[in-house]
Design a protein around this ligand. Structure first.
Ligand code: ZN
Length: 482
């Protein structure tokens, strides 16, 4: 198997990827909190981990990809204080919280589908794993790394930090975590401001609540990913992904919970994608530059957005601007035109064993080397543009055409997950017409066998009126569009 390198946030190094079990990969990625429409900030991890998922499969791994849905416990301030984001939306819209969850989960799925992001293997919801979360809270309490306070349970960060290293992922010291910590209602229950809730007491007006040994409440946000990762991928698994904004506190807390509840950090490779900025600014609702994907798709096609994301390395910031999107659209179209061109030259000829020339092999190697070098999609795309040049130059030797088409099918379509939006629609219609014509010609053949010449002529003349010419040959009838 080809060697894959990944930058591991935990060691800050680019490392050779070695899975725990040979040939199999367990991957967990933090999914959305479903209280609003998916936006650009969701598109980047969606596409990035989709490419990693596709690449791992292309390399021959069997992958179990878990991407969760947060539907409870993600609070407004520092994720840990204030009102539950979903409960708040439900209150404002006078809906059941699960109606909010259903609606935005479907909207999220639709946006991901348009971006050609494959569904994960498992998509667990936090609210479906309350029992498991309560069990983990009990384990953390029993290990002495949490305390109960006024119906809530908090993780004892100071105690944990004495025995282990809180900050191992983000490199933050305990003192540094104090900076920017707000004092809000409920903080009085914590022993220290950096402690975080693993179980929250539900106030009387709080709708989403479950009974627990500590009274009615709900799980803290960070807990769900520790619990669902362990449930579906085991106590230790290979890859955990998410946006860089989740590194602290969310993933730092996840590691602490894992060590406290099961004695291991749990994750071998932490992978973080960088953020998307808009005209150089951080995106945010309060900044007024917040763009949902549904809005964006009115101006730019989903594949343009996908291509735009792939044109940057996932660890670099990516700045959204109309100029950048226009450039991405051009690049995407250029690549698709080359793909269409080589497909039209090859037709449906299957891949054969003729060894392609050095030039095509070299491009395939360069593209795969780039992808396996910490998912370097911009370099891979640059090599694919070289391939496009060869195709458009018209100098590609006959024997290389099938290999070239295969390269585009497997890498551009298969691994990068790009679809030809123009060919998509007409291709589908063509296929449908092919099927319908087969049916019609079968009916005509039957009429002729029964010597029902009137019927067979009626079919032929009706088709002619639609501009479809039928010709009888010794091998049967054929048709062409006039
Ligand atoms: Zn998470």
């Amino acid at each position: 198997m080809r060697t894959l390198y990944l930058t591991n946030t935990l060691t800050r190094n680019k490392e050779v990827f070695k899975p725990i079990h040979e040939g199999r990969v367990g991957m967990y990625v933090c999914g959305p909190t479903v209280y609003g429409d998916a936006h650009l900030g969701h598109a980047r991890p969606g596409v990035t981990y989709d490419v990693l998922f596709r690449l791992l499969q292309y390399l021959g791994y069997k992958v179990r990809y878990v991407r969760n849905i947060t539907d409870v416990g993600h609070l407004e301030h520092d994720a840990d204080e204030g009102e539950d984001k979903i409960a708040k939306k439900a209150r404002l819209e006078q809906l059941e919280p699960m109606e909010v969850v259903q609606y935005y989960t479907e909207r999220y799925h639709e946006a991901m589908r348009l971006l050609n992001v494959q569904s994960p293997s498992i998509e667990p919801r936090a609210s479906g794993h309350i029992i498991e979360q309560i069990e983990t809270v009990k384990k953390i309490l029993a290990a002495g790394y949490a305390y109960e306070s006024n119906g809530s349970v908090y993780f004892d960060v100071q105690k944990y930090n004495r025995d282990h290293n809180y900050g191992v992922l983000s490199g933050r010291t305990l003192e540094a975590t104090l900076e920017g910590t707000r004092t809000l209602d409920g903080q009085g229950d914590k022993r220290a401001p950096y402690d975080f809730a693993i179980w929250k007491k539900a106030e009387p007006q709080h709708i989403m609540r479950w009974p627990s040994p500590w009274g009615d409440g709900f799980p803290g946000w960070h807990l769900e990913c520790s619990v669902m990762g362990e449930k579906y991928l085991g106590q230790e698994f290979d890859i955990h992904g998410g946006g860089m904004d989740l590194m602290f506190p969310h993933h730092e807390c996840e590691i602490a919970q894992n060590v406290a509840s099961r004695g291991t950090q749990g994750v071998h490779y932490w992978v973080h994608n960088n953020m998307i900025t808009i005209n150089g600014q951080k995106m945010g609702k309060s900044l007024g530059n917040f763009i949902t994907l549904q809005e964006l798709f009115k101006t730019y096609s989903p594949m343009t957005i996908r291509f735009f994301i792939l044109q940057a390395h996932y660890r670099s910031t990516l700045d959204f601007s109309n100029d950048a999107l226009a450039a991405a659209e051009k690049g995407y179209k250029r690549l698709m035109a080359a793909w269409r061109e080589i497909a039209s030259q090859v037709g449906n000829e299957p891949a054969h064993d003729v060894k392609p020339s050095q030039a095509v092999e070299a491009i395939r190697e360069a593209v795969l080397d780039a992808l396996c070098d910490d998912l370097n999609t911009p370099i891979a795309i640059a090599h694919l543009f070289d391939a496009a040049k060869l195709i458009n130059g018209g100098t590609l030797p006959e024997k290389d055409k099938v290999a070239m088409k295969q390269l585009f099918d497997e890498i551009v379509g298969g691994v990068l997950g790009l679809k030809d939006e123009e060919a998509g629609a007409s291709g589908k219609a063509e296929k449908a017409l092919e099927g319908v014509m087969q049916l019609v010609l079968d009916a005509r053949k039957k009429a002729r066998e029964e010597k029902n010449w009137a019927e067979s002529d009626r079919i032929r003349d009706t088709l002619a009126a639609f501009g479809i010419a039928v010709k009888d040959t010794k091998d049967g009838a054929t048709w062409t569009l006039e």
